[in-house]
Write a protein that binds this ligand. Sequence first.
Ligand SMILES: Cc1ncc(COP(=O)(O)O)c(C=O)c1O
Length: 443
Amino acid sequence: MSEVRQPDAISARYSHARPRSQAQFDRDRQVMPGGVKGAYYHTPYPLTMDRGDGCYVWDVDGHRYVDFANHHTAQVLGHNHPAVTEAMATQLRRGLALGAPMGNEVELAEAMCGRVKSPARVRFCNSGTEATLHAIRLARGFTGRPKIAKFEGGYHGSHDAVEISVAPSLDEAGPADAPHAVPQVRGIAPHAVDEVVILPYDDESSVERLVSAHRQELACILLDPKAGVLPQRADFMRFVEQTARRCEVPLILDEIVGFRVGTGGIQEQIGITPDLTTYGKIIGGGLPVGAFGGRAELMDLLDGTQAPTGFFQSGTYSGHPLVMAAGLATLSQLTPAAFRHMNELTEHLCDGIARQLLRLEVKGKAVHSGSVFSIYFTDTELTDYRSLSGCDKERPRLVFLALLERGYFLSHNLGMNSLSLPIQAEHVDGLIDAFGEAVGATL
Ligand SMILES: Cc1ncc(COP(=O)(O)O)c(C=O)c1O
């Protein structure tokens, strides 16, 4: 495979065509560390967007892109969907944050419990991060056990319990079949690392051994199915569920991305029944949201109406009526036919990307779950966190920039992209052609 030859030409063209984004970024950096939230930054500087409509977004320099990033997969209906904007306008007229629920919180909860078998009840919060934090706390309180098990490479948001071994350097990560717990960032409470048992993906015997060895101290197994990023074998995920049952450790399934793959999320697709599930992203219709739900025995610990249970979860803006209105309107559009449309087009897209890579003789692949997809430059079989380590890290950024030149907006490392409902076959075919050209431009 050829080495990347033209990084400067692609970056220079990007900068030349986007002076307003540059000026905005320079201003941002004066008062916000790094200018923007971490996930937006890429070199030479990130885009500033002006507006979005349907499957398109426009940057402040006037460039229009077909949006395949969809705000970290959350914008499942694209932008300005009339069902969402009308529901929000109606809610805006009724009022915001009136100090009591306004009735639409229960409608969204009913819609979610109606779609997925496992949760008998759900509780809303403001982000996926909060959802995993509260689900873990509930599991700890329910079992009275201190530790959690999570998978190496699994991402569950930004709080101390889960920002462990998200993307550890292989120098620190220990043996593949008994990974060390490595703090992801500085500042995490030192004891947090000791409270996490790290499991390897795609390795039944290690999961069995580690969970069995720690079963007396494990409050939960937290499973990120890595939907569309590092999709896991269905039989592996079923094995994790069985191991959790056998060892009597509650299973928390993180469906913050996975709820996008179909009406009942990943759990329905592969046939598992977690004790608790965490949600976020699409259930907020483009507004900040999180939720966790599960079996009544656990969730009812949060019901202090009859007698104090010792549990409590709240938040000033949790279950905000505007968010609930947008989320409910979004779910109402997500029929089985809508999922079929997005999922079939994504499969077609990944096949097209594979054909382009073959034609160009570039090692790489596109993986997907439902309508979430990622593109990697490697010929290694991608099964666990460590198998991702051999991927070319620089080419995705250049291909991302070269795709912008051709009118397509993906995530800047080409991981965790997605389709939205308004995207049609012509947009997907356009991306397949543009991808071939963009990769060609990096050779
Ligand atoms: C699988 C998964 N879990 C949790 C989170 C955290 O959600 P939030 O960013 O809303 O805090 C994310 C965010 O991307 C995620 O992908």
